[in-house]
Design a protein around this ligand. Structure first.
Ligand SMILES: Cc1cc2nc3c(=O)[nH]c(=O)nc-3n(C[C@H](O)[C@H](O)[C@H](O)COP(=O)(O)O)c2cc1C
Length: 187
């Protein structure tokens, strides 16, 4: 594929994360590929420990989790756009992230080599306008999740005060922040 993947992690179709992801894509000069996590069925990790051997998940091939990781393996870069839910990511997104434990353990056990590191950009949208720690739970989670998939977070747009599904498209400052982020990617 070798083009950036731009992925919305929101369960709400057409909401702020989707619109921010689409604006990022439209701002780029080059091609990108759009994904929505909610279009894919992903089971949560049960902590069964099967992947602790050779890093192979017991649910491998039964849902879309690993296929999505495989699509990201082919990407030249990644954008994740997500809403804040109770100071963290929506549960579907966290379920998918937890499934990367098999990737993490495969590498730890020497069954998979690290690939070349690619850039990642993060867009987070929150309904609240204030709160020092609004994004503080999500960012380390994304950092270590993406590290297991050979991405490094280069930059973020942390957007506040966006609640209703049309709020992003009405907020010039938020749209400019996403356009600037896309511009800084150089893609
Ligand atoms: C279950 C749930 C939990 C939420 N928790 C928070 C929160 O902790 N802090 C916050 O600022 N906004 C919170 N919100 C508001 C969303 O972040 C906000 O509506 C956001 O724009 C949704 O993005 P989307 O349109 O991409 O789905 C929550 C919304 C829902 C549905």
């Amino acid at each position: 594929m070798n083009i950036p993947v731009i992925m919305s992690l929101s369960p709400r179709g057409g909401g702020n994360s989707d619109q921010a992801a689409d604006l990022f894509a439209r701002t780029l000069r080059g091609e990108s590929r759009s994904l929505r996590l909610r279009d894919h069925h992903v089971e949560p990790c049960t902590g069964c420990g099967a992947c602790a051997g050779e890093g192979v998940c017991r649910m491998s091939g039964e849902d879309a989790a690993e296929d999505l990781f495989a699509q990201l393996d082919l990407a030249s870069g990644l954008v994740l756009a997500a809403p804040v839910y109770f100071y963290h990511l929506p549960s579907q997104a966290k379920a998918w992230i937890d499934r990367a434990q098999s990737r993490y353990l495969a590498r730890l056990g020497g069954h998979a080599a690290a690939g070349s590191v690619r850039p990642a950009y993060i867009i987070l949208v929150a309904g609240r306008t204030r709160g020092e720690n609004l994004f503080a739970g999500i960012l380390p989670t994304l950092r270590y999740f993406l590290e297991a998939l050979d991405f490094r977070i280069e930059d973020t747009a942390l957007l506040r005060g966006l609640d209703g599904p049309g709020d992003f498209a009405r907020d010039r400052e938020a749209m400019d922040a996403v356009r600037r982020l896309a511009g800084r990617s150089g893609w």
